[in-house]
Design a protein around this ligand. Structure first.
Ligand code: PGA
Length: 254
């Protein structure tokens, strides 16, 4: 049984409010003929553009996510954003533990775990990112790194929570580099993740969880990736910044 695919666009630190409106309007036109009962489409704009994007999306099934959040509802955390704030502007999802957050902003598996718990308690569906660096891959540590990210990241979560979340496998060496993992390389890790989920949460729950692939996803490579049994969609960075390429990925990936 294949799960309903999800194509998610992570805009990172791109798009002013004006540019965001234009991108989303273009995207809605391009995906006008897509059967959205067969694919979930999601965008994660920067915080300042969330309201404008929500407004532009009005009435469309495209889902809205934050790119990160703090686990507290409010407080003296300069520069942070809270789950309540994301909910208020219409987010249903939130990306947690993206490798750029981990590598550049000091996020750990422990803070990721706090964020996941907070997302669940506020009714936001998390998209948890995991993935190894080139150095870790070359040292043969890919699965042990991912296992640790899963063990610590999902620590204390119930099966009910885990089965409602989305995972994203994003090999760090493939992000923004133009070097995609081959469908076989990606599937190997996706299958490992599925096996881990089965061992911790049982087959029924594990079979429901979508595991997206991220790292230089493009219109040209999405079909090969989606053909693999355990790849349930894409988390797209660079190619989500143009309406036509993101729409092509949605169409070819569903
Ligand atoms: P990329 O980014 O598609 O530009 O490689 C993916 C991501 O970081 O989510």
């Amino acid at each position: 049984m294949k799960r309903k695919p999800m194509i998610a666009g992570n805009w990172k630190m791109h798009m002013t409010t004006k540019e965001a409106r234009e991108l989303v309007s273009g995207l809605l036109q391009e995906i006008g003929d897509v059967d959205t009962t067969a694919v979930d489409i999601l965008v994660a704009p920067p915080y300042t553009a969330l309201s404008a994007v929500k407004e532009t999306l009005s009435g469309s099934p495209v889902l809205l996510a934050g790119q990160n959040m703090h686990w507290e509802e409010k407080g003296a955390f300069t520069g942070e954003i809270s789950p309540l704030m994301l909910k208020e502007v219409g987010c249903t999802h939130v990306i947690i533990g993206h490798s750029e957050r981990r590598q550049l902003f000091g996020e750990t598996n422990e803070t990721v775990n706090q964020k996941l718990k907070s997302a669940f308690s506020h009714g936001l569906a998390p998209i948890l990112c995991v993935g190894e660096s080139l150095e870790q891959r070359e040292a043969g540590r890919t699965t042990s790194v991912i296992e640790e990210e899963l063990e610590k990241g999902l620590n204390g979560l119930t099966t009910e929570q885990v089965q409602s979340m989305i995972l994203a496998y994003e090999p760090i060496w493939a992000i923004g580099t133009g070097k995609t993992a081959s469908p076989e390389q990606a599937e190997e890790v996706h299958a490992f993740i599925r096996k881990w989920l089965i061992s911790k949460h049982g087959e029924a729950a594990a079979e429901k969880i979508r595991v997206l692939y991220g790292g230089s996803v493009k219109p040209e490579n999405i079909e090969g990736l989606m053909a693999k049994e355990n790849i349930d969609g894409g988390l797209v960075g660079g190619a989500s910044l143009k309406a036509d390429s993101f729409a092509q990925i949605v169409k070819r990936g569903s």
